[in-house]
Design a protein around this ligand. Structure first.
Ligand code: OAD
Length: 247
């Protein structure tokens, strides 16, 4: 079983995708029977889809909230939380997942690149995103209380980065400053459970390599950008990560 050298000089940047939560029972997007097979993403994960049919969109995210509430982090999540405890600020986890399982496993330095299932925000006003685990049905579409207090009606929306929307610039800056601070040190980039087709996340391996990083991919199958990695570990993250990260 391969094992990654993690010494006192190592800075470890990790990117995770839906595959890391698969063993917890959270569906992935592009595997057979994945979410995008049953739910066309243009309808449930785009602003146009939300404008057209907010009830359908809220049903999709309500089902995902309900599903994610009943699952637990797996050994892959735990291995990442363990290595963070060893590395402290020399570790950063960038996740495309919105399920919150990394945080529930104990990860603290987490950037949720695609938002969070556990937050909502107003689709109109600039009120910051707020904690919300409610399940909304077609008969109960949520309105913004701040807008309501001003005598206007506006729908709440999930705090998810939809197709065609920009990532939070502060998140990208946090990744860039981690990479900047890693200069002159041993940098390792590890991607786990991601198909490597959604940008800019899929481009992180190239950025890390340009800075001299050692690169690892742990995935159930070769991802679209697998050839960009030096080390490929084929397998389930819950089975591979504990050994790879020495936890
Ligand atoms: P995908 O569903 O595209 O890819 C999941 C990857 O994980 C696939 O390559 C699987 O082979 C692999 N996999 C499945 N089970 C695994 C396991 N137990 N261990 C390791 N690997 C496993 O998911 P993402 O790459 O995360 O965006 O998708 C990226 C983004 O596309 C998502 O964040 C989502 C989606 O559209 C938004 O919704 C904004």
């Amino acid at each position: 079983m391969p094992s990654m050298l993690i010494d006192d000089d190592t800075r470890l940047l990790v990117l995770t995708g839906a595959g890391v939560s698969a063993e917890s029972g959270v569906p992935t997007f592009r595997d057979s029977d994945g979410l995008w097979e049953k739910h066309p993403f243009e309808r449930v994960a785009s602003l146009d889809g939300f404008i057209e049919d907010p009830a359908l969109v809220w049903r999709f995210y309500s089902q995902r909230r309900a599903g994610a509430k009943g699952v637990s982090p797996n050994r892959g999540h735990t291995a990442l939380a363990d290595v963070e405890r060893r590395l402290g600020d020399r570790f950063l986890l960038v996740t495309q997942n919105v399920d919150g399982l990394h945080q529930r496993a104990g990860s603290q330095r987490v950037i949720e690149l695609h938002g969070s299932l556990w937050k909502s925000r107003c689709s109109v006003c600039a009120r910051p995103p707020f904690a919300d685990d409610a399940v909304y049905g077609p008969e109960r579409l949520p309105g913004c209380k701040v807008c309501e207090a001003r005598g206007a009606f506006a729908l709440l929306r999930p705090h998810i980065v939809w197709f065609g929307e920009l990532l939070n610039p502060a998140d990208l800056e946090a990744v860039a400053s981690f990479l900047l601070e890693a200069r002159g040190h041993r940098l390792v980039f590890l991607a786990v459970g991601t198909s490597g087709v959604v940008f800019p996340a899929a481009d992180l391996v190239r950025q890390a390599r340009a800075l001299g990083a050692e690169t690892w991919l742990v995935n159930a199958e070769p991802s679209a950008n697998a050839t960009a990695f030096e080390h490929l570990v084929l397998g389930k993250s819950g089975e591979q990560l504990p050994g790879l990260l020495g936890s």
